[in-house]
Every structure is written in C-alpha cells, then in structure tokens.
Design a protein around this ligand. Sequence first.
Ligand code: SF4
Length: 377
Amino acid sequence: MQDVSIPRVNLLGLTQPKLEAFFESLGEKRFRATQLLKWVHQLGVLDFHAMTNMSKLLREKLSQVAELRLPEVEQQLDSVDGTRKFLIRVEGGSAIETVFIPEGERGTLCVSSQIGCSLDCSFCATGKQGFNRDLTAAEIIGQVWLAAQSFGQLRENGPRRITNVVLMGMGEPLLNFDNVVDAIHLMMHDNCYGISKRRVTLSTSGVVPALDRLGEYTDCCLAISLHAPNDALRDQLVPLNKKYPIAVLLNSAKRYIQGLPDTHRKITIEYTLIDQLNDRPEHAHELAQLLQDVPVKINLIPFNPFGLVNYKRVSNNALKRFQTILIEAGYTATIRTTRGDDIDAACGQLAGQVNDRTRRSERYLGQVETVRVLGGL
Ligand code: SF4
C-alpha cells in the first residue's frame, strides 16, 4: 500500500537527465527515461500501466512512487479567427492563461511562466494582478501538453499543430529561470515535442543577470519587451528599466545572441504602441538610432486597451507611419495583427486569475457569451 506520508514524484516536468537519475535511483536502466518521455510527450499517455514496453513490475513500482500530474483546463475558448485560449487551473486555486494562435501552416502557443507578475509594467493586464508564485516545470510544459492534446497531436502520426512556442504569456520567464529552462528543454527535445530552437522564443522585460546566464543553459530565440526608445519613457512603462537600463539590457541581449553557435539569429524587439505616448515619428527615429548596432527584427504591437489603465490604442496612421520610418531606416518591422480579441486573448490582455474564483467565473461567463454571439454558435 502507498505510504501517504511520502509524496509521489511528479515526472511530468522532468528533463531527460533528471528522469535518468530518477530511474537509476529505482535501480533501473537510464533508457527508461526515453521510453517515458515518448509515452508522455509524444503519445499523451499518463497511465503507467499503459506503458507496455516497460515490465509489469516497473509499471507497478512507478505507480507507487511517481505520478504524472497535469494542471486542469477549466475553460477553453475558441475565437472566430481560430485563436484558442485555455484557462488552466493550477495548484493553490489560481488560474493561468495559455493561447494558441494559428497562422497558415504555423501554430504558435503562447505559454505562461508565472501566476501573475511582479514587474507591473504599466500597459499590462497581468502586471495589474500582482504576483502569486512561479509555475513549476510540470505546469509550464503541462500547458504545451494540454494544448497539443486538445488538437489530437498527442498520438501516433497526430497532426502537428503546435510548431512554435513563445514564453510571452503571464509572468517574466527569467524570474523563474530553472523551471523555464527545464520546460524549454522538454519543448525542444526530440523524444518530446521536437520544436526547433529557432521556434521557441523566450521574451523578457530585461532581467539582465538571468539573461547573462541564459546562454549556458539553452539556445532558444530571444525577444526583448522594449516598448520605448529611451530610458525616461521606458522607466514609465517598464519599471524594471530603472534597475537595468536600456543600454545594459541591449548589451546583455547582444552577448546572448552572439554566443549562440548559429550565426544570423536576430533578437525580436517587441514595441507596444500606445496612442500619444510612444507612437510619434521622433520615437521611431530614436528607436532606429538606438538599435543600429544590434541584430534585430522589430515587432510592432498595437496596445490592446483593458479596463484598468487609461492608455488608448494607437491610430492606424501613427502605426503605419512608425513602421515606415523603421523600414526606411533598414529594419524588418512587422505589425502584429490582433488575434483573439473576442476572447481577451490578445497581447497584454492575459489576466488569468490570481486566487479569486468568483470574479473570474463572472468574467468568463461574459466572455463565453461574446464568443457565442460572434461565432454564431
Ligand atoms: S509585460 Fe510581462 S513582465 Fe511586464 S508585467 Fe506584464 S507579464 Fe510582467
């Protein structure tokens, strides 16, 4: 009988080396780790008894000492544009949000790394909620598992819908370093999701000491949430800038990208345009000047208004003008189309729910109604 005083190990978020150490601690061969990773992350099997290439004895032992525990999907909302948002309940009662955005052959999953966020960027709905806790590696990779499962991807020859992952959901990934790095390893591992290092992107607001260490652990792509061309403006939008100003951040980002084995990789610069605040031609010229020695592509994101701040969405004219100035200065500058607006899944709108069940339920009931009306369901 299971000793209730000893918690079972959750194997869901363990990387290959950690799983190998786990199996060795059971007196088993290391290759069991490969078998388990394939069952879980490629075939979606969570029941040890169904892992038929392991002996009955081992399966019995696993079910006594270990578990494969996922967070729970509480709501799945489908936008009229194909965007799918998951509200995922994690231990402790809070909820996080994960968003899938299809685009032609590509499907990008935007994953959360923390419950809430401590950095309080002035334009971000997540930041307004405060911080609850870091997600575990199991809860981060669990978002990928749950989304893949919802598309029927986790089976032999299942459709490969999730081709890209961006760590741009709730939270600052570099403040949850170890768990994020483990989850990235699982996303990229050939025995798991096999997503290319060029298709997994970590987005940071600029936690420079952690960014300085990142290259020792992974070679994923990097995005910087910049949003301003000078420190005075960025201090208002991203308070972390007061600690790690733009020049320090860009130097750290350059070191990361230059340390990668493959050349020609670029840093994605995310720039959220807010009406009358950071959207003027002089800001675009200043940005072009600022980035002239940094290998970048620039992603312009129209601000998505939400209730708690007075900022307004940039006008289409200002947005196009800003883009044109950057392109004329020689940059690749794209405009991120707003997706999933009808289900509050657009950038900066992810709010999840930090330990407040009632408020969330009311909010989501409202959203489900909206989706029904727009989708004609
Ligand atoms: S933009 Fe990112 S880092 Fe800033 S408050 Fe929102 S989740 Fe946190």
